[in-house]
Ligand binder design. Structure first.
Ligand code: BG6
Length: 512
């Protein structure tokens, strides 16, 4: 199970130990959103939420995401022997030949073959040999249902499609056309705003119960993101100081040195706020901010995440709580990067931001007044992917010390996966001079790609690493006022050179 894998990686880490909570069936078939209740057969006992999927059907199989992320993730999972007996079927709008699809699958599996044992190699070979491709217009009434009728269930239908296409494809399906145990898997973005996310949720809820719906956020499959829970809740010393009395601010930074990478079609209508902050970074923030759950079962954990996100908002005026910028031509290492506005497929008049920063407030007893700064951008000079927790200064530094009394900082790196605690100690030479020391631990390298972890949860029927419907809507609710303010031009679109640290006039809150 994906949850077990996550726990396994926590167990492997010398600093972090998690207890093994009991699995319960208490969450089966619950509809958190109060939508139409799914048919009784879902709850009848023969098909449970833990049913193992027999067929993985990828819609959008000829697309970029499938080749770049889904198939390599699946390859790792198969190689580990944790998806026995699975059949893979691809469907797409492109008129691909069976050979073209097989080549794509084989190509994506190749890298995993070397690291696999005999069982893993056999699983990879069997899936590659038995896979097929169908050209299907999933938005037309009929063809998708006809294809489903030929496949062995339970089926996981992975919608690797833009949200409006997924919406349409689900609208033309009827629940009676879905084999028992069908799981619907929605790639991000889930909708394009609160309203469309709500519509999509309603459409999905008419087809299968909430715990058969997997809204993918692959950051939930990253071992380091999951490690936040181990770090926070398996160590006595952190929780008593993990609140507004002791923490000054929390930053979640995801600066990439990648530029557009040919993704203008998607990215130019998304931008950094929708692409990264609305989904991934809000989830990291939630993991940093939740109260301790009793278990890391999906119900307890996802309830805790939902509770904290419901208390979260970005406050006006947005000129104070948000910033946005777009990169201009520059150089990253040896790479020359063109102006974002001049990239192929970009419409400069959309004013798409490639760097976004927001201050989120969590209005509850624990966090009132503590800024949560979320920032992400492309084409920056240095990759920087980490959460930085800055503690308040000591209430009184005994007189007689010299040097700088810097605040304690805990830094959780998301690549490289490193944990760092910055503390003040007496310096060398003059023992009354303060000096900075860093306690650094390298976290264990994850065994599987994030998409592999997420897929395992899907195939074994565990929604723990999937985004719940109410949370998907709430993430849009949090950022929507900012999107509106940016569209109306209230907040200026700043500029930075590709390869720089961001706009020169942005006071960066994060020290190095
Ligand atoms: C994706 C975004 O969801 O996450 C990309 O669309 C981003 O723009 C990527 O680069 C970052 O994830 P990872 O796993 O590559 O660090």
């Amino acid at each position: 199970m994906a949850a077990n894998a996550a726990r396994q990686s926590l167990d492997d880490c010398p600093q972090i130990k998690m207890s093994q909570p009991n699995k319960s069936e208490s969450t089966r078939g619950l509809d958190y959103l109060g939508y139409q209740v799914a048919p009784a057969r879902w709850h009848a006992g023969t098909v449970t939420s833990k049913t193992t999927v027999k067929t993985l059907l990828i819609l959008g199989a000829s697309g970029d995401l499938t080749g770049r992320l889904l198939l390599p993730g699946l390859a790792g999972l198969l190689a580990s022997g944790r998806a026995p007996g699975l059949r893979l079927v691809g469907a797409g709008s492109d008129p691909w030949s069976p050979e073209q699809w097989q080549e794509r699958v084989k190509g994506a599996f190749e890298a995993a073959v070397g690291g696999a044992d005999a069982t893993g190699q056999a699983a990879l070979a069997a899936v590659a040999a038995g896979t097929e491709y169908h050209q299907v217009d999933v938005t037309a009434d009929g063809p998708l249902a006809e294809l489903l009728a030929t496949l062995e269930g339970p089926i996981a239908i992975y919608f690797a499609l833009p949200p409006h296409v997924s919406q349409k494809a689900c609208e033309v399906l009827h629940r009676d056309q879905l084999p028992a145990g069908t799981r619907l898997v929605m790639e991000k973005p889930f909708g394009s705003g609160t309203e469309s996310a709500h519509e999509l949720n309603k459409t999905l809820a008419a087809l299968v119960p909430e715990d058969h719906i997997h809204r993918v956020d692959h950051f939930l499959g990253k071992a380091t993101v999951l490690n936040i829970l181990g770090l926070r809740f398996a160590n006595r010393f952190l929780e008593p100081v993990w609140n507004r009395d002791h923490i000054e601010k929390v930053e979640v930074i995801f600066d990439e040195d990648l530029a557009l990478e040919g993704r203008a079609r998607y990215y130019d209508t998304a931008g950094a706020l929708r692409d990264m902050i609305q989904s991934h970074l809000l989830h990291i923030m939630a993991f940093l901010a939740i109260d301790a759950p009793a278990t890391i079962e999906e119900r307890d954990l996802r309830d805790a995440v939902a509770t904290v996100l419901r208390a979260s908002s970005i406050k006006a005026p947005y000129t104070g709580s948000t910033r946005r910028a777009r990169y201009a031509a520059g150089t990253i290492g040896e790479r020359k990067v063109p102006d974002y506005a001049a990239e192929e497929g970009v419409d400069p008049s959309r004013n798409t931001e490639t760097l976004a920063e927001v201050r989120v407030d969590i209005d509850n007893w624990r966090w009132k007044g503590v800024p949560f700064i979320l920032r992400s951008g492309k084409a920056l000079g240095r990759r920087r992917k980490e959460a930085v927790i800055t503690f308040r200064p000591v209430p009184h530094l005994p007189k007689g010390f010299s040097g700088v009394d810097s605040p304690n900082q805990l830094r959780i790196g998301f690549g490289p996966d490193v944990l760092q605690l910055n503390v003040d100690v007496n310096g060398p030479g003059d023992i009354f001079t303060l000096d900075r020391a860093s306690l650094v631990a390298e976290l264990n390298a994850p065994g599987m790609l994030p998409y592999g972890e997420v897929l395992e949860g899907i195939l074994t029927g565990d929604p723990l690493l999937s985004v719940r419907g109410d949370t998907a809507e709430d993430c849009w609710r949090i950022i929507e006022p900012v999107l509106r303010a940016w569209e109306s031009g209230t907040v200026p679109l700043d500029e930075y050179d590709a390869g720089s640290a961001g706009p020169a006039n942005w006071p960066t809150d994060v020290e190095d």
